[in-house]
Design a protein around this ligand. Structure first.
Ligand code: SER
Length: 319
């Protein structure tokens, strides 16, 4: 019997993943947790608990008392926010992962999902079609924590046989939840503003190309990866996965196909240097080969779908 605990369930990925897991496993087999109270408007039956993932004893009792078999650990400080509070962000991003890896090592969890990011790459990494295995010199607190986390995952797999699985996400774009302090967030705010007939002031410059993905594809990727037989997973750091790449000016043009009056203006800030250190596009051939990763959205359908979603004003999670 599979029973899932989602940590960081009120966040951008957590919101949509919780809904999807309750469809896959049944609502009774999902527990959604976050640092403060949360509530799923569309499905009030989803069980929610308040959980500070840094509280090892509370984490352990939540897992044992509820017979949790798999943990989706999504709590983290994202790239832009982490630069404002490096010490705490490092502590949260690292210790939370180690707490969960240690509970799996003790035999209390049989499977873990933990997201990594394109932030593991750095200024000297090849920017186009960035390979799975390449030079990685991250220069953000977030990137350093994801890179170290990937190595911890691999270490716990090699040394203790912990079944931990991970994806290096690009910027994730969905209309059901707001982003939480990342560098790729500009694209979602632009899409949201456009669907409210508002202009957008971008904190990244017009030609800054970054890899992006529809949230639905990201969630499909997580579900798919967690269903693959253990022996088919060849990479225990984290898999490159990829979908689309675009710059703010390309996004503006694509949005204008639906909303001709939409305009982006530019006031780059400290997030520009973070974006400048990240890849433009990602080679995800190993994920495609090992477990048939294949995203369904292209640039055009992604933009169209998200604008339509925002126009319907879908409100999902509150806290
Ligand atoms: N979207 C994330 C961020 O910008 C990248 O993992 O921080």
């Amino acid at each position: 019997m599979r029973k899932a605990l989602v940590i960081g369930a009120a966040g951008q990925i957590g919101t949509e993943l919780t809904y999807r897991l309750s469809e896959e496993l049944g609502t009774d087999n999902v527990i959604a947790s976050d640092i403060s109270e949360l509530y799923f408007e569309d499905q009030p039956n989803i069980r929610t608990v308040i959980l500070d993932v840094l509280d090892f004893e509370l984490l352990k009792s939540t897992i044992l008392d509820n017979d949790i078999s798999e943990v989706y650990h999504l709590a983290a400080t994202l790239s832009a926010n982490a630069e404002k509070n490096p010490g705490f962000s490092w502590h949260l991003n690292m210790q939370s992962l180690l707490n969960i890896l240690n509970l799996a090592k003790e035999g209390h969890i049989s499977k873990i999902f933990w997201p990594s990011s394109v932030a593991v790459f750095g200024t000297d990494t090849p920017k186009e079609n960035t390979p799975q295995f390449t030079l990685m010199n991250p220069n953000t607190v977030y990137g350093i924590s994801k890179s170290a986390g990937e190595n911890w995952c691999n270490y716990y797999y090699e040394k203790y046989g912990v079944d931990v699985r991970s994806l290096r996400f690009p910027g994730l774009l969905g209309y059901k939840s707001d982003p939480g302090g990342g560098t790729t967030d500009y694209a979602l705010w632009a899409l949201k503003n456009s669907s409210n007939n508002l202009p957008y002031v971008s904190f990244l410059s017009r030609e800054t190309t970054l890899p992006m993905m529809h949230m639905e594809d990201a969630i499909d990727g997580i579900i798919q990866l967690m269903n693959v037989p253990n022996s088919d997973i060849k990479i225990r750091t984290s898999y490159n996965i990829s979908s689309v790449s675009f710059s703010p000016t390309e996004l503006e043009k694509e949005i204008q196909k639906t909303i001709p009056a939409f305009k982006i203006s530019y006031e780059p800030d400290f997030r520009q240097s973070i974006a400048d250190s990240w890849p433009h596009s990602i080679d995800d051939s190993l994920a495609r080969n090992d477990w048939n990763w294949n995203p369904k959205y292209n640039f055009e359908s992604l933009v169209k779908n998200i604008i339509e979603g925002f126009k319907k004003k879908v409100l999902i999670v509150t806290r």
